[in-house]
Design a protein around this ligand. Sequence first.
Ligand SMILES: [Zn+2]
Length: 338
Amino acid sequence: MRAMVLQTLGGLDEPGGPLQLSEVARPEPASGEILIEVSTCGVCHTELDIIEGRTPPPRLPVIPGHEIVGRVAKLGRGVSRFSAGDRVGVGWIHSSDGSENENVSGAFRATGRDVDGGYAEFTTVPADYAYPIPEAFDDASAAPLLCAGGVGYRALRLAKVEDGQVLGLTGFGGSGHLVLQLARYLYPSSAIYVFARSERERAFALELGATWSGDTLDDPPQPAHAIIDTTPVWKPVLAALERLRPGGRLVINAIRKEDADRDLLAGLRYEDHLWLEKEVKTVANVTHRDIGEFLPIAARAGVQVETTCMPLERANEALRALRDGHLRGAYVLATGHP
Ligand SMILES: [Zn+2]
């Protein structure tokens, strides 16, 4: 089968890199697993963290990709949850111990980092970690829901806002635009503020129902009960802490932070950023419950997913565009399989 394979870390700017188009053996589903014929696979910022070594794979080569949509091609022994031909999705959690805290368990295995993922024509996954895709979504728009959506839903759960409370989102990429629509549906009376660097992102946020949008350091109409940070840097963390009300909660939804602006943390002032019982919570990975719950809610909420589709072979180009911030919504790779 065709696959885009990561052989060595780094090399995002090298010609022909960092992923190599390769012909590799089609995997076989083990007991309890399903083989999926991949149709689409979303491109996620975490792929950059893997390739640039901030969360490196335990072995190379590896096939990245953890926003997978396709059809069940073959059932491993003992699988009764699905039938051949069913349309299913796979997210960042490839397998774990099935507990409530399986996202932070030592048994957690990440799709496309710890095991081969979906930048390929076929992939395998335990049947318990595959999810039916609601009719409302086509193969391209379903892909980003598997990661940005599922993890975004977890971040929203951890933010613990109630309808009517003020929610902030700082950073407005693939996850932000899904979480905004979800929050708009779940908390119809809440004011939702979006902090984003680019004018285009701020305008997009207002289109999708944000009450207010501004730059990272702009002051919103009132302080927030909770703010979700999806940026890879530190400036928005400090800015968000200052814009929380007493007892407010900052939820950092990022697998790694980059070091570029870490010096700003020297400006942390206890009385402005942390005192008055403000809380900081991080989001680690995702559980199968998060993704399984999120997909039908997203369908009911009528979540619109903005995607740019390109062929699997152009994965490198998509990764560079993602790093450089040249996108609205999410990039999705298509294998050409129906
Ligand atoms: Zn992801």
